[in-house]
Design a protein around this ligand. Structure first.
Ligand SMILES: Nc1ncnc2c1ncn2[C@@H]1O[C@H](COP(=O)(O)OP(=O)(O)OP(=O)(O)O)[C@@H](O)[C@H]1O
Length: 212
């Protein structure tokens, strides 16, 4: 289980965005998180993906307390949590091809490609022609497909989807959500699906919590 326990964190001293927040993400389930703009959904996403260090409280990953965040998190813990953000153009290097983007985590961790890149590019519907292009040569939806493949390439045990489908059309939304749901049922990953779209979350998640 990926858990946030009694988390307090914000961006300005004395003004916490999350004030004693608890959240549990169980393997093999999809938890939806809904709430108005600014209530702290992306902030909890950053804490759970080990990118933002809380002022107080703990994150535990399968029973182990996370001892540090960002580069201070142990690699084994960092790679156990994948994340997909809302805006793929802010989350990718414009100089890299889509193929480089998807393989990036494998290179960073010096892990071999055992066929997972082919599996994922097929699953997200990216053709060899698209894989050779750079971000400015593809649509937001095509780039977000690459970002989801990148998030899954290290076979994380948990996946945080922070407004993953906010910038893509209905058919890409259906494809991305279907793929993530498939990983929940076949691989047993735990997913946090953050969205302001209640209809989407009702269809996607096993349960939904509403903030505040
Ligand atoms: N890097 C930052 N620096 C300063 N303040 C920030 C930063 N990121 C977020 N905030 C503030 O923290 C609060 C919570 O933001 P957060 O992005 O977590 O909300 P959200 O629920 O995800 O909103 P949205 O649905 O609009 O994405 C907001 O008031 C926001 O302005």
């Amino acid at each position: 289980m990926l858990s946030a326990k009694d988390i307090v964190v914000g961006y300005h001293r004395g003004r916490p965005v999350l004030d004693h927040v608890d959240l549990d993400l169980r393997p093999g389930t999809t938890l939806g998180l809904a709430g108005p703009s600014g209530c702290g959904k992306s902030t909890v996403a950053k804490v759970l993906s080990l990118l933002l260090e809380p002022w107080s409280g703990q994150v535990t990953l399968d029973g182990e307390t996370v001892p540090g965040f960002r580069q201070r998190a142990p690699r084994e813990q960092r790679t156990a949590v994948g994340v997909v953000f809302q805006q793929p153009r802010l989350a990718t290097d414009p100089r890299w091809t889509l193929d480089d983007i998807i393989r990036g985590p494998l290179h960073a961790c010096r892990r071999p490609d055992d066929g997972i890149v082919d599996d994922l590019t097929h699953a997200v519907g990216l053709t060899p022609d698209l894989l050779r292009r750079r971000p400015h040569e593809v649509s937001d939806g095509q780039l977000q497909r690459a970002c989801l493949a990148r998030a899954l390439v290290l076979r994380p045990r948990y996946l945080i989807c922070d407004e993953m489908t906010a910038m893509v059309d209905a058919s890409t939304t259906a494809l991305l959500v279907h793929l993530v749901r498939d990983r929940v049922t076949t691989d047993g990953i735990g997913v946090l699906a953050i969205s302001h779209d209640d209809t989407l979350l009702d269809a996607w998640a096993d349960s939904v919590i509403h903030w505040p």
